[in-house]
Design a protein around this ligand. Structure first.
Ligand SMILES: CSCCC(=O)C(=O)COP(=O)(O)O
Ligand SMILES: [Mg+2]
Length: 261
């Protein structure tokens, strides 16, 4: 087995979700289709609720920012003119959500609504968050060795907690010391990693970030974070240069902590 030695200065392991702890197929074939299939009914059912109205306001604000983009879908402001107006507005939100998802946008507005929609499916037991089988044993071992383990995903913190709280391995939230989403910044921006270190109370070089996306790895590295690129079945391929440049692992069990036995 290939072994990657974790630098002695590392005290925090920061985990991406999609393509790292969790198969991309679970996100693309189960989580995302659930949104597309249910968003209209969800909006119709929850429209009057404050949380839903906040989600719609955020989506409308995002739509204004996106108005210069090709194919962008505007969300009109409410005019309060009866059922037709409501119907049109809900359809605009549905179209906007589907457009954003067709581009795999990681906007906070989209991720917040998705998190709220998944809540019902996870809490009713209709969905279980898939995690690769090496994840839980490795995380337990890291924690026994004194490491802190955090998650940083484009999925909202609420969605992250649903996934790990209702996972195929049971409720594994107790294995995670904290969560970050794009409220702290986008994963392809190095400043986000400085803010994460600041929030945890460590230096960036105390963190090892595990991700499948080299753009994220590169941003983290620019902030002096250690990185390893995770190669899982179904992940996007890497170029030869990327394969040479980055430390690669195919399972969390390949990480060797000098302090552990
Ligand atoms: C429950 S997390 C849902 C995954 C998601 O919405 C997503 O965009 C995945 O992003 P990641 O940063 O984990 O690759
Ligand atoms: Mg990922």
């Amino acid at each position: 087995m290939v072994v990657l030695s974790v630098p002695a200065e590392v005290t925090v392991i920061l985990l991406d979700i999609e393509g790292t702890t969790t198969p991309i197929a679970f996100v693309k074939d189960i989580l995302f289709p659930y949104i597309k299939e249910n968003v209209k009914e969800y909006l119709q059912t929850h429209w009057e609720e404050e949380e839903c109205q906040q989600d719609v306001s955020l989506l409308r604000k995002q739509a204004e920012e996106d108005s210069h983009l090709d194919g962008a879908v505007p969300i009109p402001a409410a005019s309060g003119n009866g059922a037709d107006d409501l119907h049109q507005m809900i359809q605009a939100v549905v179209d906007n959500v589907c457009w954003q998802m067709s581009l795999d946008r990681k906007t906070m507005a989209l991720k917040q609504l998705q998190g709220h929609m998944w809540r019902a499916a996870f809490t009713a037991g209709r969905m279980k968050g898939e995690v690769f089988e090496d994840v839980v044993p490795a995380v337990r071992k890291w924690r026994e060795a004194g490491m802190k383990v955090y998650v940083y995903s484009s999925g909202s913190v609420e969605a992250q907690k649903l996934l790990f709280g209702h996972s195929t391995e049971g409720d594994i939230l107790e294995l995670i010391d904290g969560h970050f989403d794009t409220k702290i910044g986008y994963k392809v921006e190095s400043e986000s990693y400085r803010k994460i270190a600041n929030s945890i109370g460590c230096s960036t070089n105390n963190i090892l970030f595990l991700t499948d996306v080299t753009l994220e790895a590169s941003a983290a590295e620019e902030a002096d974070v250690h990185v390893a690129v995770v190669v899982r079945p179904g992940n996007a391929g890497l170029t030869d240069d990327e394969k040479t440049y980055y430390s690669l692992i195919t399972s969390f069990s390949e990480l060797y902590l000098p302090s552990s036995t």
